[in-house]
Design a protein around this ligand. Structure first.
Ligand code: ATP
Ligand code: MG
Length: 177
């Protein structure tokens, strides 16, 4: 019997499909739904911008999202530490509002369904460890996730997070393409 379904989302298209399927399964089994997300510390600004609904951000948040890379480059240049234009990690505040929106959107979808018990969790830095840990703590009977996320290594069949969960989870894992 499936009493708790855990779905992991990084906000990618694969993960969106995983969320939709997890809601459907939770509905049919009258199960609890746990939605988890690990902040996207490795994502570039383009990915982060795609993930937010701009109108739901404050003016300051929009400014930060649009300018953090260039501001950081300018600060580095000003301190004499100018380097090549590389992708810079987003400040914590940006990751926090992206996280909030990704989880809120998934929760809103679940709210439209017949799933009664829905919980969201921000998990630790390592998404795979965080998912495994949350699945154990919440006694998940099923983990639903995307086969891929935002990773660029398209040659690989599955991403590193879904690979690790499939190997190490204590319960069945359903990956969605
Ligand atoms: P890689 O990260 O190895 O370069 P990838 O991004 O294409 O490859 P994964 O990261 O394994 O693939 O993503 C597969 C699935 O794992 C996603 O669809 C999502 O369900 C889950 N996942 C990945 N990252 C996170 C995260 N930060 N928070 C929650 N779930 C995640
Ligand atoms: Mg990934």
């Amino acid at each position: 019997m499936i009493k708790t379904v855990l779905v992991a989302t990084d906000g990618s298209n694969h993960a969106k499909k995983a969320v939709a399927l997890a809601i459907d399964i939770a509905q049919k089994y009258k199960a609890r739904l746990v939605i988890v997300h690990s902040m996207l510390r490795d994502a570039n600004s383009e990915t982060l911008r795609k993930l937010v609904t701009r109108k739901d951000l404050t003016k300051e948040q929009r400014h930060l999202l649009d300018n953090y890379e260039i501001d950081m480059q300018m600060t580095l240049a000003g301190s004499g530490m100018e380097g090549p234009m590389v992708a810079l990690p987003a400040p914590k505040e940006v990751l926090e509002f992206v996280t909030q929106q990704v989880l809120d959107r998934s929760k809103a979808l679940a709210a439209k369904s017949k799933v009664k018990d829905v919980k969201t969790r921000v998990i630790g830095v390592d998404p795979a460890e965080g998912i495994l840990d949350a699945a154990r703590k919440d006694r998940a009977n099923l983990i639903v996730m995307g086969t891929r996320g935002f990773g660029e290594l398209k040659g690989w069949i599955v991403g590193s997070v879904s690979h690790k969960i499939a190997e190490e989870a204590h319960c069945p894992v359903l990956t969605v393409k």
